[in-house]
Design a protein around this ligand. Structure first.
Ligand SMILES: C[S@@+](CC[C@H](N)C(=O)[O-])C[C@H]1O[C@@H](n2cnc3c(N)ncnc32)[C@H](O)[C@@H]1O
Length: 420
């Protein structure tokens, strides 16, 4: 072997891709992640990477905030947990398992680490304003708040607004009070189970604490339906312990920088008629529902009913869930997405980015539209065409493969559209 070959092998790929002194986080293994890491390294200076970068352990031997925020035990798991489960949380430690993102397992949630990188790549800086018009569990808002970027999130579902608010409040909620809740778990459980708030000890009545405990209760309902091992009460206790662990970890990692947390506003509303002024937003980032894959209302029906929501009325406002036949649903979905992109373009400042993350499954669409797969346009292509109508031009499409047999979608596209 000649000397050149030896040098090439010993240098590896990262030294060509990244500047000297930049060390990638463990677990960066997919091409889209490398691409986002590369873009961050090109678009951010060293101080910005240290403060807000998503994919690096250190720069010039200084640890990044992302690394410091995520390091340590990823989650409090019961001792008897399988090694498979433990390694799942370890693998995802820097991708999803940090801050308050794990407080409720919401299906269809973004990878927070990817969102952080996209906020950077879209050029959003401290004090700028980002909008997520379909915020779901609030991933964009939590990331933006931690990064010092102001944010507004909207969702038609009152449960999504509620969940997002709890996750945002979790960054600053009084730790001692929620620690005490672990000892008081029985009395708290009974109040929620019997819907009798008057019996709740006064310490837990401030809205941020009450809602935090209520989310734990609603979460425990899902677990107790899926598992026979523990009673509902035991599940509730385990979940409060886990929630307290999550909150303590993130709060400790932001000690001294609490005043850098940005304002985040979670609103119940409709992405088809935004209340913001024209040209008032510095960046938009969202993932629309893919109607045929996830029925968000069905998943959340218990929680919505608990919160007293009229599910039939809500369904009428949910993109992808109205219409009778699949064909009708699909047509209405396109009509709604057109309105939403028009609204996004209206509120976005010129030159700024609207990033849409969308999954597609041509096989499924082919069945619904009764057309051969080769003639099917993916939802990503459709969004690009619709965006174009309103001056949102595709600058870059990054694809991400979705693994896991239970997923209906195979590919997810990150569409970076820029307003001209
Ligand atoms: C794919 S999920 C978003 C998940 C989110 N990115 C996250 O990280 O959790 C799509 C969301 O769109 C919401 N949605 C549906 N129709 C809507 C509408 N007309 N206006 C606003 N949000 C809507 C759904 O309730 C759902 O939470």
């Amino acid at each position: 072997m000649n000397q050149d070959n030896t040098r090439i092998i010993s240098e590896g790929m990262a030294s060509r891709l990244l500047p000297l002194g930049y060390e990638l986080l463990p677990g960066v293994s997919e091409v889209y992640e490398l691409e986002l890491a590369y873009l961050e390294s090109r678009l951010l200076n060293k101080e910005e990477i240290l403060r807000n970068g998503a994919y690096f352990t250190c720069v010039d031997n200084r640890y990044t905030q992302h690394y410091l925020m995520c390091k340590g035990e990823p989650i409090k798991l019961p001792q008897y947990s399988s090694s498979r489960l433990k390694s799942f949380f370890q693998i995802n430690q820097f991708k999803t398992g940090y801050a308050t993102h794990g407080l409720f397992p919401y299906r269809g949630k973004f990878h927070p680490q990817m969102i952080k990188a996209l906020i950077n790549i879209m050029g959003l800086k401290r004090g700028d304003l980002i909008l997520d018009p379909m915020m779901g569990s609030g991933t964009t808002l939590i990331e933006a708040r931690l990064m010092g970027v102001r944010s507004i999130g909207i969702d038609t579902s009152p449960f999504c607004r509620f969940m997002t608010q709890v996750k945002l409040d979790g960054l600053t909620i009084p730790l001692e009070t929620i620690k005490n809740a672990i000892n008081d778990f029985k009395v708290i459980y009974n109040c929620f189970a019997l819907k009798n708030e008057s019996k709740l000890p006064e310490d837990y009545s401030p809205p941020s604490i009450y809602n935090f405990l209520l989310l734990a209760y609603l979460d425990s309902v899902g677990y107790s339906e899926r598992s026979q091992k523990k009673s509902h009460l035991e599940q509730f206790k385990a979940i409060i312990e886990r929630y307290v662990f999550v909150v303590e970890k993130i709060q400790q990692s932001i000690i001294g920088t609490e005043n850098e947390l940005a304002e985040a506003v979670a609103i119940e509303g409709d992405a088809r008629c935004l209340t913001m002024d024209d040209h008032s937003i510095d960046g938009i980032l969202f993932s629309p529902p893919y109607s045929f894959a996830i029925d968000y209302l069905k998943n959340d029906s218990y929680h919505l009913s608990y919160l007293g929501v009229d599910i039939k009325q809500l369904q009428e406002k949910m993109v992808g869930l109205h219409g009778h036949t699949f064909r009708e649903k699909f047509d209405l979905y396109l009509k709604d997405m057109k309105t939403i992109l028009a609204e996004c373009s209206r509120v976005l400042r010129k030159g700024k980015f609207c990033t849409v993350i969308i999954g597609t499954n041509e096989n499924q669409l082919s069945k619904i539209l009764k057309k051969p797969v080769e003639k099917i346009k993916g939802l990503d292509e459709i969004i690009i065409e619709l965006g174009n109508l309103f001056g949102l031009k595709l600058v870059r499409k990054i694809e991400r493969q979705i693994t896991g047999i239970a997923n209906t979608m195979r590919t997810e596209s990150i569409l970076l559209l820029q307003k001209d």
